[in-house]
Design a protein. Structure first.
Length: 150
């Protein structure tokens, strides 16, 4: 019951923050997103500690990781994603966690590029690849730390 209450609280807070964000009140939304993350992380950790099982645990970790990503806490998002994948999540949830992990890495790479280079030192390149080769591009992006937007 505690897990469900924490999750419901987290979702209510996230809805409030989403509304503020849509209204252009980003500064007011961020602290509410943080409260939402705290509640969802606590729900996920409690579910994990109590060995609630799948898919509940991985869904809660995915939700908490998504909230961490939303507020730019990329290291925390990575940690939560890994905890979600460490169990035995259903394949659909595992795919969503991996996709979120790719997004987190993209943002981290973009931050590194921003810090490492000034606008004049960057080169933007646009390429077109067949859809079936998209996974290969993802591997190269991760391996070389490129910033890539699909």
């Amino acid at each position: 019951m505690e897990i469900q209450n924490l999750h419901n609280k987290a979702m209510e807070l996230a809805d409030q923050a989403d509304l503020l964000k849509r209204q252009g009140r980003q500064d007011e939304a961020m602290p509410i997103y943080r409260l939402s993350l705290e509640a969802e992380r606590q729900a996920a950790m409690t579910a994990h500690a109590e060995q609630i099982g799948e898919p509940t645990e991985s869904v809660l970790f995915r939700s908490a990781a998504s909230l961490a990503y939303t507020i730019g806490e990329y290291r925390e998002a990575e940690r939560l994603i890994c905890m979600g994948l460490a169990g035995n999540p259903p394949s659909e949830i595992a795919d969503e966690l991996r996709s979120l992990y790719d997004n987190v890495n993209l943002e981290k790479n973009l931050e590194q590029v921003e810090m490492a280079a000034h606008e004049s030192e960057r080169e933007n390149v646009t390429i077109t690849i067949p859809t079936k080769e998209r996974n290969l591009l993802n591997v190269l992006v991760r391996k070389f730390g490129w910033a890539c937007v699909f």
